[in-house]
Design a protein around this ligand. Structure first.
Ligand SMILES: [Zn+2]
Length: 427
């Protein structure tokens, strides 16, 4: 009897310790995945958003990168390995699914680097794992009517809104002080809910000639370079937007948590590389935007801006509520950017001039700012869904945690420190 029980126990433990794929298999796929991503990066500038793994691996990948067809084969090989990998616990399942989704994106991007183009929605699904459902432009006409009432007068609405907003531009000699104060407050509030390593820090830099308004370059070891583009005057509301989005709890916080919880904590090397055109960018841009409202609920935001940022910028704090009202209304136009981008990239707008007209009409910006926005769309293409739809999905995910702010911050912390895919937000 005793022998039978022992034998049974042995069988059980054999089953538990030897599923069809153990973590070691995923480790091998992950190592080859990192090499693959770094080699793809040699074929497209900007494809690798961040890498903070072993420098020798990067040097080796860049010294002898394979040609695109060989990289496509390698992506297919890794996908076929994952297709037969079964894993024994939910977190490993998420690790496998994360690797698979990022390989699907890499495989698609390899074809794009080779010149292939697909419809906007197909591209978005392949790269980011989300099929965008976009409203027609006519859905935004009622929002324009609301804004008309906020900024009455003659001439095109875009001109009036631009003139109104110009009064809220941060003078360039005060920009650094305003940005530092904004980021410091984003950081202070985030640290009340999310623990970051003691060595965590960022450097702030001002640059020009970019199609983006801000960028966070993660350097590893909890350090980031945050760049702010000064091609156009920075409006006062952008200070908290950029501080949260690029810094806390946005990209800098996200990358730091990925490195410390997944790479250092679990040894999951796939997280040492951040490929820009992949599902993690949907999470990154979505949480970067949704993190603004999480960190600054509307009333607290207005209070902080009027009390601290307006005086620092030399603006009249009494004028803050009027600007906040316009800003809230303008936010409802956010989706129009994606609709126009899709129409332009899918060849549904006759000329670049016509596309700029639509951006001015539905984003209410100057011609020059419309041009910057269109250049961004032309360069990053379906990536633009990550801001609007990403924010919607992350905000809904946080709201599902309940009304208690602490529960929402908990949900945010998990989102940032686990291998999260867009589909996880809908569970
Ligand atoms: Zn971003």
């Amino acid at each position: 009897m005793r022998i039978v029980i022992l034998a049974f126990a042995l069988v059980l433990s054999a089953c538990a310790s030897a599923p069809r794929s153990d973590p070691a298999d995923l480790d091998a796929v992950a190592r080859d995945y990192v090499r693959l991503q770094l080699e793809i990066g040699t074929h497209e500038d900007g494809y690798i958003d961040a890498y903070f793994g072993d420098p020798a691996i990067k040097a080796a990948a860049e010294a002898a990168p394979r040609a695109l067809p060989a990289l496509a084969e390698e992506a297919d090989r890794l996908l076929s390995l994952l297709a037969v990998a079964t894993v024994s616990e939910p977190m490993l399942e998420r690790r496998r699914d994360f690797l698979r989704a990022h390989l699907v994106a890499a495989r698609f991007r390899i074809d794009m680097i080779g010149g292939a183009r697909a419809p906007f929605a197909t591209e978005a699904q392949a790269l980011f794992g989300v099929t965008p459902e976009l409203k027609p432009l006519s859905a935004y006409d009622p929002v324009l009517a609301r804004i008309e009432a906020l900024v009455p007068g003659d001439g095109p609405l875009a001109d009036r809104v631009q003139a109104f907003r110009d009064r809220y531009a941060i003078p360039s000699d005060r920009l650094e002080a305003v940005m530092q104060a904004a980021i410091a407050e984003c950081r202070r509030r985030t640290l009340q809910h999310i623990a970051l390593p003691a060595e965590e820090a960022f450097t702030l830099e001002f640059v020009a000639n970019q199609s983006w308004s801000g960028y966070n370059w993660y350097q590893g070891s909890a350090h980031s370079l945050i760049q702010i583009n000064t091609d156009f005057p920075v409006f006062i509301d952008r200070a908290l937007d950029l501080g949260c989005h690029e810094g806390y709890p946005g990209h800098h916080t996200h990358n730091t948590l990925l490195e410390y919880s997944l790479v250092r904590g679990r040894g999951w090397v796939e997280n040492t590389v951040f490929p820009l055109f992949s599902p993690i960018s949907f999470i990154a841009e979505g949480e970067g935007n949704a993190g603004i409202d999480l960190t600054f609920p509307a009333a607290e935001r207005l209070e902080f801006e009027a009390r601290v940022l307006f005086p620092l910028a030399g603006l009249d704090p009494a004028s803050a509520p009027a600007y906040a009202e316009l800003r809230a209304a303008m936010k409802d136009l956010q989706g129009a950017r994606m609709t126009i981008g899709r129409m332009w990239l899918d060849g549904e707008i006759a000329s670049r001039d016509a596309a700029l007209d639509l951006i001015q009409r539905y984003q209410l910006v100057s011609r020059a700012r419309a041009d910057q926005s269109l250049r961004f769309t032309e360069h990053y293409r379906s990536y633009i869904i990550n801001y609007g739809i990403g924010e919607e999905w992350v905000a809904a995910h946080l709201a599902a945690a309940g009304d208690d702010p602490a529960a929402r911050w908990d949900a945010m912390a998990r989102l940032l420190s686990e291998p999260t895919l867009p589909s996880d937000l809908r569970r």
